[in-house]
Write a protein of this length. Structure first.
Ligand code: FES
Length: 164
């Protein structure tokens, strides 16, 4: 997938919000990731210049935390549970339906960078199986036919936030 182009002003505004404090690097990286849904290479280089932090240090922090991604991800992260409880209650069907609806396979991101689909071992709420997590929301006892509606709601929300 291609590198996205970043806005220097956006990155500088984020740095200014934290007064360029080196100790705020993690918060700054979180804000950059919120903006681009991952940490673009150019944004990290600019952060290094603006904050006078070696790029190697920025990469060290970015790769230490699982929540940061150096590769493009979708605005919404979908986790399909592949744990035992979900598996026996129809998890594989949910995963296949998600892959079909999004036209991607697990581990991939949609062309419009709206969704990334991942498979996880267990979401820790087995009594609610089968479950799928979209961003922070757990969809419990999920039925396959509810999936298109859930995806549409996220698409609509995104369109509305772009209109405001
Ligand atoms: S197996 Fe799916 S939440 Fe545990």
């Amino acid at each position: 997938m291609d590198e996205v182009s970043i806005s220097e002003d956006t990155v500088k505004t984020i740095v200014e919000k934290y007064h360029g404090e080196k100790s705020a690097l993690i918060s700054i990286l979180q804000d950059v990731q919120k903006e681009y849904a991952f940490l673009p290479k150019d944004a990290l280089s600019l952060l290094g210049e603006e904050m006078e932090i070696p790029l190697s240090r920025i990469y060290e922090v970015s790769t230490f935390y699982n929540s940061f991604s150096l590769v493009p991800r979708g605005r919404h992260l979908i986790a399909a549970c592949a744990g035992t409880a979900c598996h026996v209650k129809g998890g594989p069907k949910l995963r296949s339906r998600l892959e079909a609806e999004l036209d991607i396979e697990c581990g991939e991101t949609t062309e419009d960078r709206m969704f990334t689909l991942e498979e996880v071992r267990c979401l820790g709420c087995c009594s609610l199986a089968p479950v799928v997590k979209v961003d922070g929301d757990i969809h419990a006892y999920l039925e396959e036919d509810k999936i298109p509606g859930i995806l549409d709601n996220h698409r609509k929300e995104w369109r509305q936030s772009g209109e405001n």
